[in-house]
Design a protein around this ligand. Structure first.
Ligand SMILES: NC(=O)c1ccc[n+]([C@@H]2O[C@H](COP(=O)([O-])OP(=O)(O)OC[C@H]3O[C@@H](n4cnc5c(N)ncnc54)[C@H](O)[C@@H]3O)[C@@H](O)[C@H]2O)c1
Length: 253
């Protein structure tokens, strides 16, 4: 049986580990050729490329900083040269830090907002320009966060960068719909990755957080990946401009 992304070329940013790695592997399981990217971690990316090739798919790794336009353009050019035209972009690369508002400096504000928001904008523009020029359809999935709709201490930089992904998604969806490019967003809840290791390992904090999640557990990267595959696939052909919380019921209690 053909996979949900059979023979599609998929670029997943920030995919050397965590949710991005989970998305890259699930896309390959569903038949896609996959381009993996990260700011750092060439060895981890190469290991992932080998794993994807071992599944019978084509794969390429590109080190690039998604917050820099020149690097994003080089990344997209390399992916299209080595893999072929990109059909699916998953804007996953992101960074978080927890710093009280009165202490945070401009450099950290820029690191977080430029990675999480500007990075998604730059990647979307670089890929969309090529799709539109080639008159090819496509699908983008932007990774936001459950924190887009929450107020937690020390997140005056992270939360706005993620809330803005909703506005970015809706505006991109409207502008790109005439070109047959769909754009959606997933807001993950607490997912078990390096980013959240400090919560997962803290016997005091973890039960407090789990008490706020209806399913009373953290999610795994593959549970985000399956929702990404759905939104990127033709099963979601009439869905655009939406955001989907994949959070085990974080905000419903
Ligand atoms: N883990 C969670 O609970 C959770 C919850 C909500 C949202 N998210 C979001 O999901 C995405 C993935 O998070 P994760 O938990 O896998 O985190 P992670 O830290 O394990 O992985 C993020 C990856 O992005 C890469 N990256 C950072 N800056 C980059 C840049 N400028 N260019 C390219 N790559 C860059 C990192 O090197 C890292 O490999 C992020 O956007 C994060 O904000 C995560």
């Amino acid at each position: 049986m053909a996979g949900k992304l059979e023979s599609k070329n998929v670029l997943v940013t920030g995919s050397r580990r965590g949710i991005g790695k989970g998305i890259a592997l699930e896309a390959a399981r569903e038949g896609a050729n996959v381009a993996v990217n990260d700011l750092t971690g060439a060895d981890e990316l190469e290991t992932l490329v080998k794993e994807i090739r071992g599944m019978g798919r084509r794969a390429v790794a590109v080190l690039a900083d998604v917050s820099r336009g020149d690097e994003v353009n080089r990344m997209v050019e390399t992916v299209e040269r080595d893999l072929g035209p990109i059909d699916v972009l998953v804007n996953n690369a992101g960074v978080e830090s927890i710093i009280p508002f009165l202490e945070i400096d401009e450099k950290e504000w820029e690191r977080v907002t430029h990675t999480n928001l500007k990075g998604e904008w730059l990647c979307a523009q670089a890929v969309a320009r090529r799709m539109v020029a080639a008159k090819r359809p496509g699908a983008f999935v932007n990774i936001g966060s459950v924190q887009a709709g929450m107020v937690l201490p020390g997140r005056t930089h992270y939360a706005p960068s993620k809330r803005a992904i909703e506005a970015l998604t809706a505006n991109l969806a409207a502008e790109l719909a005439p070109h047959n490019i769909r754009v959606n967003c997933i807001h993950p809840g607490l997912i078990d990755t390096d980013m959240t290791a400090w919560v997962m390992k803290d016997p005091q904090i973890l039960p407090i957080v789990l008490d706020k999640i209806a399913l009373h557990r953290a999610g795994q990267p593959v549970e985000i990946a399956k929702a990404v595959v759905f939104l990127a696939s033709d099963d979601a052909s009439y869905i655009t401009g939406q955001y989907l919380y994949v959070d085990g019921g974080f905000r419903i209690l």
